[in-house]
Ligand binder design. Structure first.
Ligand code: PLP
Length: 391
């Protein structure tokens, strides 16, 4: 219901009481019911640092030099996670902004009349937004039988009009990693920009590798990769908003630079979409990377993957449903040959589970807020749902 701004304000206590009741309708992470989101309850320490730094504005680096340096230090650590400590970039508002920045750079660096971006059909809808904003056309490439961007189709899609190729390391739907090496070779052969969207996978794949899994290269180790999206507000446990964009070199980032003559004594340059932007986010990312270190994140990923295996085993034991594919990351697609997937999703929603519905499957993301008891409860409800629907 819409309200008018009243003449006289209410005491803080009264507003807080109202706030509590107003927010009752939201799902909460700690209930374990949020099974379809790539976000999670932010780490306590991240929240603490974030609230300490609320007034920091990275859009005005002349005023907030120290905060700007902390953003750079956070980027150094993210860069080292992605095999390139000297990468440059920003902590931004999320994966959407990061992907827009990457295509903006690609478009500005491209030769005249290049207007097409080759993406897999599994690419996140932020690329549709980016294309719309930047006057680009997406050429959507089919997937192979492992739900990865098909290489032959990609080769056929790349022409003299191509501005960029996008590969995804951890797709939104199934957490699949595209064949980044092969895509890089195509990009290098055609001299086109290559962006990797590791918004989700960027905080999982490096730790899976450290845990001994066989993880394909997806980051700056791959020579054609020009930029990578990696989102701290997904598996990085950082408060929303915090996304990350990393460019291989300054030249790529400078292609989207705008000078802001009235700030920082005339020296300010922005290479982001936003002007005023959250220093608290960047500093909280810095603090969490410092605090958790590789060991801390490895532990988070190991826990999520153990629970993913528990979920997978449970799904295998339920008649009439199956896995869309074997999960690479902590993302599980549940499908059915016999039952209508929309009905399954609808019934799960009615029993209080916030799962995501994709065209032929239900997606569960096993985020750090999920506990073993949540998985057990969900599997029980999934079984009952399937039985109720006649499976
Ligand atoms: N890229 C991928 C692979 C995603 O899965 C998502 C969101 O789920 C995004 C980009 C967009 O991120 P955000 O919602 O933070 O803008």
């Amino acid at each position: 219901m819409r309200m008018k701004l009243s003449e006289k304000g209410l005491p803080e206590k009264a507003v807080l009481a109202k706030l509590e009741s107003e927010l009752k309708g939201d799902f909460t992470y700690h209930s374990g019911r949020i099974l379809g989101s790539m976000c999670t309850s932010p780490h306590e320490f991240g929240r603490h640092v974030y609230t300490k730094c609320l007034e920091k504005n990275l859009g005005d680096p002349g005023l907030f030099r120290a905060a700007t340096q902390l953003e750079q230090k956070a980027l150094g650590m993210l860069g080292s996670l992605l095999s390139h400590p000297n990468a440059c970039g920003h902590i931004v508002s999320g994966g959407t902004e990061a992907n827009i920045l990457a295509l903006w750079a690609a478009r500005n660096l491209a030769k005249n009349r290049r207007r097409e971006v080759v993406v897999p059909i599994s690419a996140h809808c932020s690329f549709d937004k980016a294309a719309n904003l930047l006057g680009l056309r997406l050429i959507k490439v089919k997937l192979n039988d492992r739900f990865q961007m098909d290489i032959k189709e990609t080769e056929e899609a790349v022409t003299e009009k191509t501005v960029a190729i996008v590969g995804v390391a951890g797709t939104t739907g199934l957490g699949v990693v595209d064949p980044i090496h092969e895509l890089s070779e195509i990009a290098l052969a055609h001299d086109v920009y290559f962006h990797v969207d590791a918004a989700f996978g960027g905080f999982v794949l490096p730790f899976l590798e450290e845990l001994g899994s066989n993880v394909p290269d997806f980051d700056f180790r791959v020579p054609g990769v020009c930029s990578v999206t990696v989102d701290p507000h997904k598996m990085g446990l950082a408060p929303i908003p915090s996304g990350g964009i990393l460019f291989r070199n300054e030249e790529k980032m400078r292609s989207i630079s705008t000078s802001i003559p009235y700030l920082a004594g005339g020296g300010a340059e922005h290479t982001t979409i936003l002007g005023t932007r959250s220093g608290a986010s960047a500093i909280a990312v810095w603090a969490l990377l410092m605090h958790l270190g590789r060991q801390g994140y490895r532990g988070v990923v190991a826990r999520c993957m153990r629970l993913t295996s528990k979920l997978v085993e449970g799904i295998r034991r339920i008649n009439s449903v199956s896995l869309k594919t074997n999960p690479t990351l902590n993302i599980v697609g549940i499908t059915s040959n016999e039952l209508d997937i929309e009905s399954i999703a609808g019934e799960l929603r009615r029993t209080g589970w916030a799962v995501s519905l994709f065209p032929s499957y239900v997606r569960v993301v096993v985020m750090p807020h999920i506990r073993p008891s949540h998985i057990e409860h969900f599997l029980q409800d999934l079984k009952e749902t399937v039985e109720k629907l006649g499976g």
